[in-house]
Design a protein around this ligand. Structure first.
Ligand SMILES: O=P(O)(O)O[C@H]1[C@H](O)[C@@H](OP(=O)(O)O)[C@H](OP(=O)(O)O)[C@@H](OP(=O)(O)O)[C@H]1O
Ligand SMILES: Nc1ncnc2c1ncn2[C@@H]1O[C@H](COP(=O)(O)OP(=O)(O)O)[C@@H](O)[C@H]1O
Length: 362
């Protein structure tokens, strides 16, 4: 009864083994799940129950592919804290805050966006913004944790638009090209034939070149959005969508994400249509180039399903008097981002999933 058990890629270790518990939690806290905190460890330990220990060391696979979050026997609040996940973006950008809220590393640009969104038609579709706070000598944006009202949520991040870098980044790279080794390495991890012979010899690629390559490898160019990451209710997390490009592949990932549940698909489609309506009324949207922003999809076993606009770090105001259409071709200089075109394709994708589920049910 007290021996470690192996089942389906997981090792269950008795909680009296403090070493295992601490190792696992340090691993979580340092990596993708910054909201897991130390006090919980002591409570769990005193419960003397079994604890799920990741099997990644034995399998020699990247840890996140096997990351699993314990579901039992924690209270709903503890489960909520445990299932918080950062699916994309920069590591270490988020910190836990008071119940139901999170802190994101300060960006002046993003603060300005949240301030302008306060009186805009998009307000009901963005996380509530509670101002700038200081913690441990650093500034953060305090905002609502969108996962807080869900129990063991399924979460998906879709990055919107046909372009994921700013025009000014392109100009800068042209004027002063700066080949980056980290981006070269990231490219090589996905496709060793990605870099050009010159990039191979430099062991570096520029940022816009990397971003453009990411766009063509994924569905950004062909559909105006791409899947960045998914966390399922069981804690499994996937961020390996860099080559998910075809319409059929995207439909397959969505179908798996919604578990072929028609009620959830219906809620997602109607929420996306509400967002489309709000975007058509939004002054903010008209007057900003929206780059690198995501739609965050969240649903749980109660069939509650929501979609939110997040990440305004690279959403930039246009010069006075200029507006964007968001559904026309981008040509350098016009600053178009293809956001609305991507949204339309996203709605079509979910409608296709719904059609396929209907066929299966007949
Ligand atoms: O997704 P991968 O392939 O890892 O590439 C990342 C993402 O595009 C980041 O965008 P996001 O923050 O929207 O996820 C971007 O940050 P920026 O937002 O600063 O462009 C990173 O640029 P660098 O931080 O310059 O490496 C870039 O390396
Ligand atoms: N308000 C929020 N509530 C819950 N999760 C969030 C929220 N904001 C961001 N996240 C999570 O963090 C990830 C990265 O967020 P994002 O704002 O895109 O960060 P970055 O600017 O570093 O790219 C998202 O994919 C999502 O999983």
């Amino acid at each position: 009864g007290r021996d470690p058990k192996v089942s389906g890629g997981l090792v269950l270790v008795p909680c009296s083994s403090l070493f295992y518990i601490m190792f696992d939690q340090i691993w979580f806290a340092k990596n993708k799940n910054p909201l897991v905190s130390f006090p919980s460890i002591l409570i769990w330990n005193s419960w003397n129950c079994y604890h799920v220990f990741l099997y990644f060391l034995k399998q020699n696979k990247p840890w996140w592919k096997l990351k699993t979050i314990v579901q039992w026997p924690f209270s709903a609040t503890q489960r909520r804290r445990l299932s918080w996940v950062q699916l994309a973006g920069h590591k270490g950008n988020f910190k836990a805050a008071d119940e139901g809220s999170i802190l994101k590393k300060f960006s002046e640009n993003e603060v300005r966006c949240f301030e302008k969104l306060a009186g805009d038609a998009l307000l009901p579709f963005v996380p509530a913004y509670h101002g700038v706070v200081e913690k441990d000598g650093e500034s953060f944006l305090h905002m609502t944790d969108l996962l807080a009202n869900f129990d063991l949520p399924n979460v998906m991040d879709c990055k919107m638009g046909v372009r994921t870098y700013l025009e000014e980044e392109l100009v800068r790279a042209r004027e002063r090209p700066k080949p980056r080794e980290d981006l070269y390495k990231k490219m090589m991890e996905v496709d060793s034939e990605g870099p050009t012979p010159q990039e191979h010899s430099l062991q570096g690629v520029t940022k816009p070149r990397y971003m453009q390559w990411r766009e063509t490898m994924s569905s950004t160019h062909t559909l105006g959005f791409r899947i960045e990451g998914i966390k399922k209710f069981d804690g499994t997390c996937r961020t390996d969508f860099k080559k998910t490009r075809s319409k059929q592949d995207v439909i397959q990932v969505f179908s798996d994400f919604v578990g072929e549940n028609r009620s959830i698909i219906k809620s997602y489609v109607s929420r996306l249509k509400e967002i489309r309506e709000a975007l058509s009324l939004s002054e903010f949207f008209k007057r900003h180039e929206v780059i690198g922003s995501s739609l965050l999809f969240i649903h749980d076993h109660t069939d509650m399903a929501q979609v939110w606009l997040i990440d305004f770090g690279k959403t930039t105001p246009l010069p006075e008097g200029q507006t964007l259409k968001h559904d026309v071709l981008w040509q350098e200089g016009n600053r178009e981002d293809g956001y609305l075109w991507g949204l339309q394709n996203l709605i079509h994708t979910l409608e296709s999933v719904s059609g396929e589920v209907e066929k299966l049910e007949q």
